[in-house]
Design a protein around this ligand. Sequence first.
Ligand SMILES: Cc1cc2nc3c(=O)[nH]c(=O)nc-3n(C[C@H](O)[C@H](O)[C@H](O)COP(=O)(O)OP(=O)(O)OC[C@H]3O[C@@H](n4cnc5c(N)ncnc54)[C@H](O)[C@@H]3O)c2cc1C
Length: 368
Amino acid sequence: MRKDLCIVGAGPAGLLTASYVKERDIILIEEHRQVGVPKHCAGLVGIETKRKIEQQLSPKLIDNEYNEIEFHIAGVGRYVFHFKQPFVFHVNRPMLEQKLFDKVSSRVEFLNKVRAKPGNSPTEITIEYSVMKCQEVVASDGVLSVFRQRFYKVKPCYLIGFQGLFRTGYVNKDRIIVTYINNNDLIFHWIIPFDNDLVLSGYISRKPLQINITEKLLILNGLQPKSVAEYFGGLIPCNHPLKTPVFAHNLYFFGDAVPLVKPYTGGGLYYIFKLAPDLALALDKKDPEIYEKAYISQSYFKLETERLLTGFFSRTRYWLPVPILEFVEKTGLLGIEDYDRHYKLFFKTLPFTPILPVHLFRMRRALA
Ligand SMILES: Cc1cc2nc3c(=O)[nH]c(=O)nc-3n(C[C@H](O)[C@H](O)[C@H](O)COP(=O)(O)OP(=O)(O)OC[C@H]3O[C@@H](n4cnc5c(N)ncnc54)[C@H](O)[C@@H]3O)c2cc1C
């Protein structure tokens, strides 16, 4: 018998979709034993996503907030932004997935420890040796999406994100520290305090690095790692977002499978929370256009613009013009919502960037 709606992958994208869909019989397929494992995410979100998590799930999922960010940019300088209100929040990721799962578990048929593969048509799923036919499929199977590889013929592109949770000496628990390095291996590094002496030290790199890099980066920032509680990490997609997120009217792509990740930081939760209601409505009404329109207007062009600008800044090694950002912040033009809307950060700072041509000229001379 043909199944109604099959969702592949029970990460935040698959679970959130299932939580919004009201009028379909859902089969949720997950290759791991339970949701939320293995852990990989740093769990930072901006104010918009934080509000959605609090309203739709539970305020308890937000366990930390920050109102200061310190930027180090190799060869440029060190800048500290202090906002009057918190602008970045930490969400407990394993608990987020568990909470979403609790919300949907009585309504969905959950197949765990099952790896789904695409079948011959977009609505066929191969599970072990049998074929499941579905009316519609949501491919929320993450960075290495086998459905995207099969139907869009796109090879996955990804960066590596790795983190260690350390006990250290005293840290300022209101401040996140971000260091842009951008050499051949390392792209950027972050320190997120969870307490006055507990920090997450993580980095994004182009290739796997030695495990002790997270400690070394802490020491470089003047912190003394005393003990490590755990290491974890995962892959961050760097493919272009799909031009059309629905294949043949019945295979919907969502989350890292698109990918919907912000190119500047690798954060994926913002667009997942933004687009999930429209995706669910499209599935309930069996009208893919609802999702396609929302995807194009709310995310596709913004993500592509951010990709272009991030690529430009990383190639010129200029990154976000932080001195200008500092100036714009003082004028009051910068809002705390802009943490999530990088295209706005770029456009708000670029007009004030007369030093950019000078920087490019110096770069050209240095490379000549
Ligand atoms: C180191 C690191 C730090 C990050 N930090 C942040 C951050 O601070 N803020 C932020 O917003 N985002 C962050 N992200 C990104 C964020 O974690 C992802 O964007 C988000 O998890 C994407 O959700 P998803 O459901 O699309 O994919 P995933 O979370 O990858 O979920 C996909 C699910 O599908 C399952 N699956 C995959 N293939 C199959 C298959 N064939 N059959 C069955 N099941 C399958 C997987 O087991 C998994 O459970 C970070 C990522 C990394 C790696």
